[in-house]
Design a protein around this ligand. Sequence first.
Ligand SMILES: [Zn+2]
Length: 444
Amino acid sequence: MKVKPLILFLCLPLAALAQLAIHDVTVINPRSGEVLRNVTVLVEGDRITRVGAAIDIPRRFKQVNGSRRYLMPGLWDCHVHLTKAGVESFPLFLANGVTSVRDMGSDPNEILAWRREIESGKLLGPRIKFSGRILESKANVDRMKREGGVEPVDRIRYPIANPEEARNAVAEQKRIGVDHLKVRSVAGLETFKALADAAHNAGLKLTGHALAAPKEVIGKMQSVEHVIAYPPLDQMDEAERRQLFRDMSSAGTYMSTTWVNIDGSVLVNYERARALIEDTKGKLDPRRRYIKGYLLSDWKEQVEEKKDPEQAKMEGVLRAQLPSFVRDFRQMKEEGVHFLAGSDTAVTLIYPGFSMHEELEIYVKQFGFSPMEALRVATHNPAEFYGIEAAQGAILNGQVADMVLLDRNPLDDIRNTRSIRAVISRGRLLNRSKLNKMLRAVRQ
Ligand SMILES: [Zn+2]
């Protein structure tokens, strides 16, 4: 007798449904600041279905021993460029516990195609929120095209010359279905205002570089990337600065840092950067072995730009401002500003996934965050930014099953976020041997 097609159809999704039990584990929930000891977390499909002590584990569940281990929500990298980093970066993110990313400028068609494949389970990769192309002043895009280079400028930059073009750009990005907008340069204050108004009317969050005076930016942009540098906040006294940060906080403008990029990429000198790039065997930095293809050629080009005297001058100015930026971040935190954290993956010497752990370490060592607060920035805050806290950002019933199992306690030392035993992404268990296999595949 033939098997009825209906039964076959029903069996397939059921067989694919993950049923996991991580038992005797310490759960760290940065959203509430709670630590639960000796609990069991049940996962069914791509959701967490139970968290608690004394849970009877149904026999059909695959068991993961969490004893003397720590379970935290999956990390977000809030500043990446996936078109540049390529699909090869996906296993690097996952192997580092980065289960979600916020793309800050890529080819929207490519991102949408990847996202469909990831959501359907065909491709392993992080959840993606994306901005589409980077909104830029037209003059800037024209210059980039004149100078030429390996970057596919037209695919990832959106030239805007005036307020009308700004409105059209927002409408087009909205049609594509982007999650937010990213602006990097702008033709003038009027164009910036038109852009911000159009974004607001379209219900899209405007993120990007702080292009205008802080007073113009606050309330109009929902996240400011990297640092606030123009004009340097040093021109204000402390009371004025703190007032500005309180305004940021009440307007809901997030500070989105990528300090690892400034510290580990922009300010690395030419000789050191060249040596790291030529180190194909990974003797100076083992992470170098994971970088190849387009990303590597883009890095080589970026490093050569360090020889340009203009670039060197810019780096010098930036270097002199570093202590002020750190002071600003510390004061922003004190005044209640919410942070996002990113690596700026695709920039030279930023290693997809790996560099996020450095960014977290910087939060604790330089910005005055406790390890729990730093974890909150990279788990709860992005969910809060997009208004999806009901589904993501914590280990609770009903949340998506994106989690990281650690061998050592990140609350004792934030560097322990690197002690990854397993990653659960969309309910799928990636244990250490699977993660090693994924990493090996990228190296080869
Ligand atoms: Zn960027």
